[in-house]
Write a protein that binds this ligand. Structure first.
Ligand code: PGA
Length: 245
């Protein structure tokens, strides 16, 4: 388990982008597991810059996104399809046929879930999985609870997640109640995992994630069982964890 602490969000984003860039330079047909949310925005912006300035080449890269809301069309401004296109895909040269994001619009959600894990396996598996963490310790949309699902599945979002995500919508009522997410098994199968956490509102979840105890009440704590996890934290997100050290 490796932990890197960055002075601020900009440095955290640079560290994360450098690791993705190294992955892609080392293996040009890398399979990347990608996350949305505000945390990786800086990383995507730096990777886009590296593509323009230094010809960082994504032409053979295959991507799988962690999750997507059920019921939002891909062109809805709050859908994760839209986020990925805006923040990353239209800035770089990933081929559209190599982009995978669960899409339940017009498709049977159960079938989408089944086929998603199959597609990941067919691609050879995820080389590097990028993750954020929710204030409640979720990864993807794997919410705290008594049981966690192994495979890609449909989830009912918790009130805490709906509340946290309502900042992106006009009102809380507009936040979808369900999502498709890769399961904790799909995530843990990745060869490498890189989790990013920034800000004081993540400090408690980060402390529990790295506590040395594993619980389904804090899904990110399972990452302590992965063979090659990297946690990139800024000072604020690391503050309670460091206070304990
Ligand atoms: P955030 O979301 O990056 O917008 O804080 C992270 C998450 O909920 O996984």
């Amino acid at each position: 388990m490796k932990i890197m602490i960055a002075a601020d969000y900009r440095k955290l984003s640079q560290m994360a982008a450098d690791i993705v860039a190294k992955q892609v330079q080392t293996k040009n047909n890398s399979v990347l597991g990608l996350a949305t949310g505000s945390t990786p925005e800086g990383m995507y912006s730096i990777l886009s810059h590296m593509h323009r300035q230094d010809n960082l080449d994504f032409s053979e890269v295959i991507t799988f996104n962690l999750d997507e809301y059920v019921g939002l069309a891909p062109d809805h401004p709050q859908s994760y399809h839209y986020y990925m296109k805006h923040h990353f895909f239209k800035q770089v040269n990933v081929k559209s046929c190599n982009i995978n994001i669960p899409c339940t619009e017009k498709n049977n959600p159960e079938k989408v879930c089944r086929e998603y894990d199959q597609e990941i396996n067919n691609s050879g598996g995820i080389d590097l999985q990028v993750l954020g963490i929710g204030t409640n310790g979720h990864i993807g949309f794997n919410e705290p609870g008594r049981l966690l699902s192994v495979d890609t599945h449909i989830v009912d979002l918790t009130e805490e997640t709906i509340e946290a995500n309502s900042r992106f919508f006009k009102s809380k009522n507009e936040v979808p109640r369900r999502a498709v997410t890769m399961g904790v098994g799909s995530i843990m199968k990745a060869k490498k995992i890189m989790l990013l956490a920034s800000g004081l509102n993540k400090a408690k979840a980060v402390k529990e994630m790295l506590s040395g105890k594993v619980t389904t009440d804090l899904p990110a704590s399972l990452l302590q069982l992965h063979h090659d996890p990297l946690f990139i934290l800024d000072h604020e997100a690391a503050s309670l964890f460091q206070a304990k050290e």
